[in-house]
Design a protein around this ligand. Structure first.
Ligand code: NAD
Ligand code: APR
Length: 264
């Protein structure tokens, strides 16, 4: 394990452009279940894949809305873990080390932001809402609802009080501002990710099962452009083009790796 971390650090320390893609696994140690984890409680008979779709929302908007209220409750009081913190520290130190660190996430939680990272969300942000029809961003009427990208528990109570909400500009319903299965990714976010992956010298994939496209194709794009690929995941993934696989939890590895690279 230490050997892989040292090998990875040796590769990384001299590189200028580094692209990092995170998935649900980086938030697992903060207590947020991953996508492929079995759901619990009220939602144990439902699969995320069946609820996170435009069809599910048009069929039963109230059900999908209440599922996301439950997911917001799961996320609202969670804190960044050592993996998020190590990444934020490294990103801050990167400028001094003449390294450009581009952080891309598939996650809809705000733990990278809470840790102080600058991050691009490929699949949106659970703290934000919009109209499903006219796409107008939705800010709750209750004045205590923060419009920031970070989800506060008071937000959830405020939104919770409002069951299914109809849009004030059209007869559409309010939905979470995230990307559902079958929907296209936000154009700007995807462009940022493609450019960073195509331009980087090192690509690090942390805590993603690499099952869902187009995010799962970014490491291939980096590889095609001569980058080396590092994967940090305790379980195997279908990603076959990885140069260094570190089969361990992100919360353990990231602080070790960043210490090796930045010296502190
Ligand atoms: P998919 O196979 O439908 O592809 C995702 C979408 O990305 C496609 O509909 C397409 O519009 C777009 N896309 C594909 N390749 C692209 C490219 N090269 N450039 C630009 N856009 C491209 O994926 P899916 O498994 O049906 O899921 C759709 C998206 O929704 C995925 O990114 C998935 O991770 C995301 N999702 C998010 C949540 C959530 O709650 N955050 C839940 C489920 C799915
Ligand atoms: N450290 C690192 N990786 C971990 C940890 C950990 N502590 N715990 C779990 N993992 C790994 C698992 O082995 C798994 O491969 O994280 C991965 C989580 O995979 P998924 O649940 O599939 O989450 P993700 O890869 O982010 O899903 C991609 O698909 O469902 C859609 O939009 C949704 O963004 C999501 C996308």
């Amino acid at each position: 394990l230490i050997a892989e971390v040292q090998d990875a650090a040796k590769l990384l320390v001299s590189k200028q452009r580094i692209c990092i893609l995170t998935g649900a696994g980086i938030s697992a140690e903060s207590g947020i279940p991953t996508f492929r984890d079995k759901q619990t409680g009220l939602w144990e008979n439902y699969k995320a894949e069946d609820l996170a779709t435009p069809e599910a929302f048009s069929r039963d908007p109230a059900l999908v809305w209440s599922w996301y209220q439950w997911r917001r409750k799961l996320v609202a009081n969670k804190k960044p873990n050592p993996a998020h913190k190590a990444l934020a520290y490294w990103q801050r130190r990167a400028r001094a080390n003449h390294q450009q660190l581009t952080l891309i996430t598939q996650n809809v939680d705000d733990l990278h932001e809470q840790a102080g990272s600058i991050v691009t969300h490929l699949h949106g942000n659970l703290a934000l809402n919009r109209c499903n029809q006219c796409q107008t961003p939705y800010k709750s009427t209750s004045d205590n609802l923060h419009s920031s990208e970070v989800l506060h528990s008071s937000d959830v109570d405020a939104i919770d009080a409002e069951a299914l909400i109809t849009c004030s500009h059209c007869d559409g319903y309010i939905r979470p501002d995230i990307v559902w299965f079958g929907e296209s990714l936000p154009v700007q976010a995807w462009q940022t990710a493609e450019e960073a992956a195509a331009d980087c010298e090192m690509f690090i994939s942390i805590g993603t099962s690499s099952l869902v496209y187009p995010a799962a194709g970014l490491s291939q794009l980096a590889k095609q452009n001569g980058a080396k690929v590092i994967e940090i995941n305790p379980n195997p993934t279908p990603n076959t083009i990885v140069d260094i696989i570190i089969k361990e939890k992100a919360g353990l590895i990231m602080p070790l790796l960043v210490k090796q690279i930045t010296g502190s």
